[in-house]
Design a protein around this ligand. Structure first.
Ligand code: G6P
Ligand code: ZN
Length: 564
């Protein structure tokens, strides 16, 4: 404890008009946080001010981070400002590091008012990379739009912030640290916790650890390769997969969290986790997995690097949900996917007569359904899957879900996916991304496209490529009425639905970097012809998607920046 009470200062500041948080919080280049005076302080003050004073006084808040560059500096500011703003107790991950799923878990466990995660998720790190601040509500999930709007409103008119500049927290020592503040009766407490342990405990109560241990270290063990991408997940996978479930130490790689993620983008897909794909090629490993910087996203690969699309991953987990003991106990209340995610899970929902919800992009919509007891399992095409044990997508949970399926079925990843297609048919699925498109050009394109496809004459139109003919059954700009609180969320992506069940979706990314990112999603269902190449199968629809939108002409591009 310091000598004498710590001073609480009120500092004058000027508002920044550009601090509107996206679904993942406020994400900016590190240089913006470093170079603009009080940029971080302003945003944090708006987050604290957005919590009603009565609720804030003496409350508990959880703070985590993915360990990227600026994490430690920002963590010190969070602690100093939380103290000054009346928060009574902070639960902090050791060294300021705690994954997004672990923060969600801790918010619920400690009945906290909310959580702050210092992360820019899958975006690059280091001094030239991105940094971000995300706010989660008391349910442990991303704040609802009403809350993020309020934060933004406060940001725009902010004139001052409060801080305890003399407060020095020791981020490296587990346990409780107390600080006396001037004009406060009770000390402000910081609890440095081993977040891996409480998260591991959560998973122990969901999965059959004995069966998973047998799978990873027993006589007929399988071999896995898990890439923590130098993000936050290293300590979690080491402890849980290696120490507890007995996977050999060499099964996990890039397990030391690095400020710049070792120069790689911590984005678990075929492009940025190419090393993992390469190391799987020779067939040595039965399952491969990678995570993003903060550990909520995941990618699953089978032997020889066979890619399981996130949409298929969701559908397969849904179809095998009772391989996970947790769901045997709770039952299954509902499945959900974001609108652009392929409709593969819909087939499982239909066959099992379980409710299926189609929500806008962003995890917070799932949280509302889970809080109301209507949803058990959900996922998004953007490499997210999770259950109602927390209110965030959960990378390591997803890997253990797959391992549980492997342990029960004793089949390869590839065979499980193929069996799934044989039973339910296959949704061929791809996403085209056009990055760094001029913002005005992108907005105009979307406006014109909306006009075109919401015109009455559009329904019924036929589009032909070679022998393939697609007829429009319905087209709209997706809007969602929350079945729990009836809030309406509009303008969530343009959809064209064809009579044969195929869909083309156009959407502007809510998380992209410079300018706009246009995403085109293509989803096409086949009952019989299930073993073809995705790009070959979807080529006619891709041609139609480009033709309808005039995307290449209007953006001056000759092809997508990335195909997933
Ligand atoms: C974040 C959210 C996800 C969402 C994704 C969409 O990662 O946590 O829930 O699916 O953004 O990103 P996009 O760039 O497509 O808006
Ligand atoms: Zn993430």
């Amino acid at each position: 404890m310091e000598d004498g009470p710590l001073q609480v200062l009120t500092v004058a500041t000027a508002p920044y008009p550009d601090q509107r948080p996206c679904s993942g919080g406020l994400r900016r280049r590190v240089g913006v946080f470093q170079g603009r005076r009080h940029y971080l302080h302003n945003f944090l003050q708006s987050v604290f001010s957005c919590i009603d004073l009565r609720d804030r006084q003496g409350c508990t808040v959880v703070v985590g981070g993915d360990g990227r560059f600026f994490n430690r500096t920002a963590m010190e500011v969070v602690v100093q400002m939380a103290a000054a703003n009346g928060v009574g107790r902070l639960i902090v991950g050791c060294h300021g590091i705690m994954s997004t799923p672990a923060v969600s878990c801790a918010v619920r466990k400690y009945k906290a008012m909310g959580g702050i995660v210092l992360t820019a998720s899958h975006r690059p790190g280091g001094p030239q990379g991105d940094f971000g601040v995300k706010f989660n509500s008391a349910n442990g999930g991303p704040a609802q739009e009403g809350v993020t709007n309020k934060i933004y409103q406060i940001c725009r008119t902010l004139e001052e912030f409060t801080i305890c500049p003399g407060l020095r927290v020791d981020l490296g020592t587990l346990g409780r640290q107390e600080f006396d503040l001037e004009n406060k009766f009770k000390p402000f407490t910081v609890e440095m916790v081993d977040s891996v342990e409480s998260y591991a405990n959560l998973l122990r109560n969901i999965f059959d650890f004995a069966a998973l241990k047998e799978l990873l270290s027993g006589e007929h063990r399988i071999r896995i390769r898990v890439d923590a991408m130098s993000g936050v997940m290293g300590p979690y996978v080491r402890r849980i997969l290696c120490e507890e479930l007995g996977a050999p130490a060499k099964s996990v790689v890039n397990c030391v969290p690095l400020e710049d993620f070792g120069g790689r983008r911590p984005d678990p897909n075929l492009t940025y986790a190419a090393d993992l794909v390469d190391s799987m090629q020779d067939g040595r490993y039965d399952l491969g997995a990678a995570f993003d910087g903060d550990g909520d996203r995941n990618m699953i690969l089978g032997r020889h690097g066979v890619f399981v699309t996130p949409s298929d991953s969701l559908a397969v987990i849904a179809a095998n949900i009772f391989c996970i003991p947790y769901f045997q106990h709770t039952g299954v209340r509902g499945f959900a996917r974001s609108m652009p995610t392929s409709a593969a899970v819909d087939k499982v929902a239909k066959a099992t007569k379980i409710d299926l919800y189609e929500t806008p992009v962003g995890w917070r919509f799932f949280g509302n359904l889970m809080d109301a007891g209507r949803l058990s399992l959900c996922g998004e095409e953007s490499f997210g899957t999770g259950g109602d044990h927390i209110r965030e997508k959960d990378g390591l949970w997803s890997v253990l879900a797959w391992l549980s399926i492997l342990a029960t079925r004793r089949q390869s990843v590839d065979d499980i996916v193929k069996d799934h297609w044989r039973k339910y048919g296959r949704n061929y699925y791809t996403r085209y991304d056009y990055k760094d498109v001029d913002l005005d050009a992108a907005c105009e394109l979307m406006e014109d496209l909306e006009m075109l496809l919401t015109d009455k004459s559009f329904v019924g139109q036929r589009f032909a490529v070679a022998d393939n003919i697609y007829q429009v059954e319905q087209a709209d700009n997706f809007e969602y009425t929350d079945p729990v609180d009836s809030t309406i969320t509009r303008n969530q992506g343009l959809r064209i639905m064809f009579t044969n069940g195929s869909r083309i979706i156009y959407r502007l990314s809510g998380t992209g970097g410079v300018g706009a990112t246009i995403r085109v999603y293509i989803d096409s269902y086949e009952k019989e012809d299930i073993f073809q190449d995705t790009q070959v199968m979807l080529a006619p629809l891709a041609t139609i998607a480009l033709k309808i939108s005039q995307l290449h002409v209007r953006t001056g591009r000759s092809g997508p920046s990335m195909i997933t």
